[in-house]
Design a protein around this ligand. Structure first.
Ligand code: NAD
Ligand code: MG
Length: 334
């Protein structure tokens, strides 16, 4: 097979429908299926590709932005699946809230959820309105309801209000993705101010607690809660003393809450990304000099693009993963 060989589910359906499902597939048949794919505009995501070269590789241009940063100003622009993610009704009718849904991983999840048939509300900071408006337009294009709820989740009163607004606008809630995060690199503990420590804890640990507690009365059996942890939860680098602690806390969030909520039919899981090309990293998440080689030390040799992790969130949100709860799903580049 070549890198261009389509691997999409429609094609598998065609083959699966042949006598016995494993009938000899003639070359002519394969060619026909490939033509059908091309006509349908098959997504490159589902194609057989070499992951090392499928997306931009280091070195990247040096760049820094003021926090919280915009995906739209990164070079290269992150790939959130705008052109490539194709849905297949895996979340039809679901109502989802995604924090940090304007950019990075949260944006890729918002696009994927919408294309899988969900109505989607996103939360973000007011400064991120340009990114958020792009996401809202993409959700609407997918045919779903799109709800923009700007606000600061380090404020407990806003967290209550966020859930109230999401439930009101979506008519309920089935999927909650606690994804917003704050990360600042610091070479040593004495270079972490009280203010930074507090903001990291409030954003990454307190806010998911406040938001999830407020959401619970609205969730029914079959609902799914997902939290974005990190590979640093068990492989902490020395420059992320405070952040790595919060991401370890996120793992415990999923493991303990899963036990509490299993009896209500609600699943809770964590996703642990490795290095992903998102604004978080160019607003102080990494030392500026580390940006050009960001992701180079993974086995794959490059950072992940947000679109590459969205399918994990789709799986965890959908009923397909009904036996997975209290677990951590990684996409780290090896
Ligand atoms: P990102 O900058 O695109 O997303 C982070 C989002 O958090 C922002 O868009 C912002 O909307 C939100 N946010 C931060 N502070 C907030 C506040 N006070 N109120 C409301 N919203 C706030 O970056 P990302 O990398 O996509 O981050 C998403 C999640 O992924 C985070 O939890 C992060 O810890 C985690 N993560 C990222 C990486 C990576 O390499 N990029 C690796 C592991 C884990
Ligand atoms: Mg953002």
């Amino acid at each position: 097979m070549t890198d261009d060989t389509p691997q999409n589910p429609d094609r598998r359906k065609v083959f699966g429908g042949m006598a016995g499902g494993v009938a000899a597939i003639s070359l002519a048949g394969a060619a026909q299926a490939q033509q059908a794919d091309t006509a349908a505009g098959a997504a490159p995501l589902t194609r057989m590709r070499d992951p090392q070269t499928a997306y931009p590789e280091p070195p990247f241009p040096e760049q820094q932005q003021d926090w919280p940063g915009l995906a739209g100003e990164m070079d290269p622009r992150p790939d959130h699946g705008e052109e490539s993610y194709r849905g297949s009704d895996r979340l039809a009718g679901r109502r989802a809230l995604i924090t940090g849904g304007d950019s990075g991983i949260g944006r890729a999840v918002a696009i994927a959820f919408a294309r899988e048939g969900a109505d989607v509300a996103i939360n973000y900071l007011p400064d991120e309105e340009p990114d958020a408006q792009e996401v809202i337009a993409l959700i609407e294009e997918a045919g779903g309801r799109a709800v923009a709820i700007p606000g600061d989740i380090t404020d407990p009163a806003f967290c209550q209000d966020l859930i109230a607004q999401a439930v009101e606008a979506l008519g309920g809630l089935d999927v909650l993705v606690n994804n917003a995060g704050y990360q600042q690199s610091a070479p040593s503990i004495d270079e972490i101010s009280d203010q930074t420590f507090d903001q990291t804890m409030k954003t990454n640990v307190y806010a998911p607690f406040w938001i999830t507690r407020a959401a619970l009365p609205h969730l029914e059996a079959g609902a799914s809660i997902i939290i974005t942890s990190s590979v640093v939860a068990d492989q902490p680098p020395e420059n992320l003393f405070d952040y790595a602690q919060t991401k370890a806390a996120n793992v415990i969030f999923a493991k303990v809450l899963a036990k509490q909520l299993a009896g209500r039919g609600i699943r809770v899981n964590a996703v642990a990304p490795g290095p992903f090309w998102t604004p978080l990293q160019v607003v102080g998440g990494q030392p500026p000099e580390a940006i050009p080689e960001f992701g180079a030390t993974t086995a794959i040799g490059r950072p992940g693009q947000p679109v590459e992790i969205a399918p994990l969130y789709v799986l965890l949100a959908s009923g397909e993963s009904s036996y997975s709860t209290g677990q951590v799903f990684e996409a780290t580049g090896g």
